[in-house]
Design a protein around this ligand. Sequence first.
Ligand SMILES: C[S@@+](CC[C@H](N)C(=O)[O-])C[C@H]1O[C@@H](n2cnc3c(N)ncnc32)[C@H](O)[C@@H]1O
Length: 310
Amino acid sequence: MEFKHFSVMKSECIDALNIKPDGVYMDGTLGGAGHSIEIAKRLKKGRLIMFDLDSDAISVAKERMTRVGCKQDFIKDNFKNFKSYIDALGVKLDGVLLDLGVSSFQIDEPERGFSYMQEGKLNMAMDSDAEFTAFDVVNKYSQSELERIFFEYGEEKYGRAIASAIVKSRKINPILTTKELCDIIINAVPPKYRYSDSHPAKKAFQAIRIEVNGELVGLRECLIDMVRNGLNSGGRLAVLTFHSLEDRIVKEAFNMLASDCICDKKLPICVCKHKAEVKLITKKPLTPSEEELRQNSRSHSAKLRVIEKI
Ligand SMILES: C[S@@+](CC[C@H](N)C(=O)[O-])C[C@H]1O[C@@H](n2cnc3c(N)ncnc32)[C@H](O)[C@@H]1O
């Protein structure tokens, strides 16, 4: 199995973490270990705790990480459950990196069922052992639930037409593959949309993937929890996002944590007594360099936001 993944904004992420050689760091989204290897190289007596939902990613990364020495923990779980693991290890964190979403490896493996470009069984679960997959969303969700996810998670303006076409088609036969779903979407949208720059199934596939993996559920709470209960003072949290929904959640959580007042703007005086818990290291998100964009089209939508716990 060849695990190809071009790590996005690698040097910017490493700089953002401001790594201390004896610190404790967490990579919540290990993938092919591109970022983790760079973090580990900078840790002498330090420790790196790595999470991924995907057991294939963990085995490939374990192999790659043997070349770099530092204390390493590989955890096959959702990074949103980080707290119980750091408590069990009896550590606090000096830095956390989250490179959200899926890896190129997952997208490029047809049998993982993420790609609208290649045929595979409808799956899209990052967790290689998950029982709930894209098949369940596409074949079991009601028309209105499908419409909701296409609008909410895909910002897909033809969400209603796509949901209706899916429901019509599955009455005849269940929808089993990415190709079948893709054809249904293409036939449901107007011709001008079919031939636009972006693939007509891109947003609907994104929406289904977000739903299958619960990607946005609890993300805000997790970021806040990381700051309040995970990081040491002076510790950094760096988050790479790839679409506007995700970026909005990160931006709003970071701005809230960095504010001295979080009262409703309509109130004439402050009653919340909130004090800023973090410094914004990036006032505006960092984006990939021209050179990186030339090398990797998947970096295009990347945004990196960084905070430091006060
Ligand atoms: C964009 S890739 C990370 C690539 C990695 N930074 C590298 O340089 O190779 C995201 C990885 O994180 C995993 N992942 C995404 N969300 C996760 C979550 N909530 N918990 C654990 N792993 C997650 C995915 O399975 C995927 O392997």
